[in-house]
Design a binder for this molecule. Structure first.
Ligand code: ADP
Length: 230
C-alpha cells in the first residue's frame, strides 16, 4: 500500500508539472494573441493582414495541444454509471478481437455471475482493460518459436467486490519488472511509454478498487482487478 501511495504521488506530481508548464506557456500566448490583434490595422496598411491571420491560427493550435496534453496526463474524475460486468467485458473483448486475430491470440471468456454489476466510468475502465489485454498480446508475441497465444478473461463475485481476471500465456516477467510495473515511464519495450499501467493503476484506485499481479517467467501473467460491486 505504501508503494501504491508513492506511485500515485509520482503521477500526481507529473500532472502538476504539466499543469504548471502549460500555465506558464498559456499566459504569454494569450498576451501575444492580444498584441497581434492590436497590430492588425498596421498589418493591413502594408497589405500583410495574412501574416496576422497565420499567427493567430498557430497560437490557437499551440493552445489546443497544451489542452490535449493536460487532459491525457491528468485523467478526469470518474463519471460513474451502473454497468453489468458481463456487458463491459464483452464490449471490450469485441474491441480487441481483430488485433488478437491478427497477432494469433485466442481470447477466452467466462463469467460466473451474469448479474454482477459495478458503478464505474465505463470509458476509463475499458481503457484499463484494453491496456492490460494489449500488454498480454505483446508478451505473447515475445515468446520465441511456435506458440499458441491464449488470453483467458474471467469475472466473478468476491465478497463485496467484482473480480476480473486477465491471464495470458506470454513470456512472463522477471522479479525486477514485477516490482516496477506500475511506475510511471517504466517500460521494457523499445517503443513503450511505460504509462499504460501507471495510469490504469490510478484509475482503479480512483474507483475504490485494487489491481494485483502474479507472473511466472516463461509461463505467463495474471492481472486481477477488484472493483466494488453494486
Ligand atoms: P508499456 O506497455 O508502454 O511498456 P505499461 O505501463 O503498460 O507500459 O507496462 C510496463 C511494463 O510492464 C511493460 O514494458 C512490460 O515489461 C511489463 N508488462 C506489462 N504487462 C505484461 C504482461 N502481461 N506480460 C509481461 N510483461 C508485462
Amino acid at each position: 500500500i505504501e508503494q501504491a501511495a508513492f506511485q500515485n504521488d509520482k503521477l500526481a506530481m507529473l500532472g502538476k508539472i504539466a499543469a504548471a508548464i502549460a500555465h506558464e506557456i498559456r499566459n504569454p500566448l494569450t498576451s501575444i494573441r492580444g498584441f497581434i490583434q492590436l497590430l492588425n490595422p498596421y498589418l493591413a496598411q502594408v497589405g500583410k493582414q495574412e501574416y496576422g491571420r497565420i499567427i493567430l491560427s498557430e497560437i490557437d493550435r499551440a493552445n489546443e495541444i497544451i489542452y490535449e496534453f493536460l487532459n491525457s496526463s491528468k485523467p478526469s474524475a470518474p463519471l460513474k454509471q451502473k454497468v453489468l460486468v458481463d456487458l463491459l467485458l464483452k464490449e471490450t473483448i469485441l474491441l480487441s478481437e481483430s488485433e488478437a486475430l491478427m497477432r494469433g491470440c485466442e481470447i477466452q471468456y467466462e463469467i460466473f455471475d451474469p448479474d454482477l454489476a459495478i458503478a464505474v466510468d465505463v470509458k476509463q475502465i475499458k481503457q484499463v482493460l484494453l491496456n492490460i489485454i494489449k500488454n498480454a498480446m505483446d508478451a505473447i508475441q515475445d515468446v520465441p518459436g511456435e506458440h499458441r497465444g491464449r488470453i483467458a478473461i474471467q469475472a466473478r463475485r468476491e465478497g463485496t467486490y467484482a473480480l476480473m481476471v486477465i491471464q495470458d500465456n506470454g513470456k512472463g516477467m522477471e522479479k525486477t519488472t514485477l516490482n516496477r510495473l506500475f511506475d510511471p515511464f517504466f517500460t521494457t519495450k523499445e517503443a513503450g511509454t511505460g504509462l499504460g499501467l501507471s495510469v490504469s493503476y490510478r484509475i482503479i484506485c480512483n474507483h475504490g478498487g485494487t489491481i494485483q499481479v502474479e507472473s511466472q517467467m516463461n509461463e505467463g501473467t495474471e492481472f486481477m482487478i477488484y472493483l466494488p460491486s453494486v
